[in-house]
Design a protein around this ligand. Structure first.
Ligand SMILES: [Zn+2]
Ligand SMILES: [Zn+2]
Length: 386
């Protein structure tokens, strides 16, 4: 309540390490891990604490970096004893049992699946509270809610069909994937236009939205008619988007002067009204470190490697492996095909050819196999970009 840091994932870990573990909360006794524990010692103190935190997250939905799944996971693993973190009654017990050497830490697991535990509407700093980071929870009895997610989690009938925060989180991921895809496509358009001799200025104005795609197509069409360049250019190298396809096979492979686009394009640039936009241009050749044009096949790999549509989480009951999703089991999207999978069916996080900058995105098993058979140029690209 006093310090926003302790409402982050890292800060919450710190507070548990400090106030519960280091301070000597008797987890083994309180949770009754052993049959030999005196039943009078057993008490759900930690569960009460987690419940209190959950009540606060209900009153301040934007103040906590973690979500309900995080609290449930933490709570469940205190009792599961799968990790060594909460075993023993005090620090001395943990040293005597050599838990650090013999067990894994829960925090490592939490860190690995961090994205699953992030509250998508978390506001950093003090924006959620507007009172210098302090929380003043309402303690009127009628404000406290029954935590269905904790105490009724296996009653499938009582939960909403769609978890709003999960849907939000997946929407955020989807749009960030699309943004990276757009960035790459802009680079490709840029490069394509350059190879066709259109001036940087015109390209930039188009990318910034000052010119419509139609007007660019118009320019290309007019030029190709005037110059009749379609016949002169080779049709072997660059891929064409649909709009370019519609007007013959004019592709790149020739320099600006050869293709004869220079004059008309400089006229176009004179009519421009935005200077300096060209400086932000990142060209395909710059990224790849060579001037080889992309082949049509490579471009198609890029286009097909990013799912434009993602399947909605709403009605997905089962994974393709027949695993039946419970209310709190996290559903994952494959960023390549857009289908929904369980954690086990997400094969790997790997860079997608259709993204710029390259970063590791989750993909399903079949998409992983497909991506692995792609041409080496993309691997070079991802290596350079990363
Ligand atoms: Zn897939
Ligand atoms: Zn599965």
């Amino acid at each position: 309540m006093l310090d926003p840091y302790y409402r982050t994932l890292k800060g919450f870990q710190d507070i548990i390490e400090k106030e519960w573990l280091a301070f000597g909360h008797k987890f083994t006794d309180r949770c009754g891990f052993l049959g030999s524990v005196d039943s009078k010692e057993i008490s759900p103190v930690f569960t009460q604490f987690i419940d209190c935190v959950w009540q606060m997250t209900q009153q301040y939905p934007c103040a906590f970096q973690f979500n309900e799944r995080f609290l449930l996971t933490l709570h469940d693993h205190v009792y599961s004893c799968q990790y060594g973190t909460f075993i023993g009654n005090c620090e001395k017990d943990r040293l005597d049992l050599r838990l650090a050497e013999r067990t894994y830490s829960l925090w490592g697991y939490i860190h690995k699946y961090m994205n699953d535990f992030i509250n998508p509407i978390y506001l950093k700093e003090n924006m959620a509270t507007k009172r210098s980071g302090l929380l003043f929870p309402n303690t009127s009895p009628q404000v406290f809610r029954f935590w269905r997610g904790m105490y009724n989690r296996f009653d499938s009938g009582v939960h909403p069909r769609e978890e709003i925060l999960d849907t939000l989180a997946s929407g955020k991921e989807h749009s960030s994937s699309l943004e990276d895809h757009i960035r790459l496509l802009e680079m490709r358009i840029n490069d394509l236009c350059k190879r066709m001799g259109i001036s940087e200025d015109v390209i930039q104005r188009k990318l910034q939205g000052f010119l419509s795609m139609d007007s660019l197509d118009g320019v290309l069409l007019a030029e190709s008619n005037e110059e009749n360049c379609g016949e002169r250019l080779t049709s072997t190298s660059l891929p064409l988007t649909k709009s370019f396809d519609s007007d013959n096979n004019h592709t790149a492979g020739k320099s600006d002067t050869e293709s004869g686009f220079d004059e008309s394009s400089s006229q176009l640039s004179r009519s421009g009204f935005e200077d300096g936009l060209g400086s932000s241009t990142i060209s395909l050749t710059g990224v790849l470190g060579n001037s080889e044009p992309l082949t049509r096949a490579q471009f198609q790999v890029e286009l097909s490697s990013v799912a434009v549509d993602w399947k909605p989480l709403r009605n997905v009951q089962n994974c393709s492996c027949a695993y039946s999703f419970e209310h709190f089991s996290k559903k994952y999207h494959c960023w390549k095909c857009g289908e929904v999978f369980c954690i086990r069916c997400i094969a790997a996080h790997m860079p997608l050819p259709g993204h710029f900058p390259k970063r590791h995105a989750p993909v399903c098993k079949s998409c992983y196999t497909q991506l692995h058979s792609i041409s080496p140029i993309h691997e070079i690209a991802s290596h350079v970009a990363s």
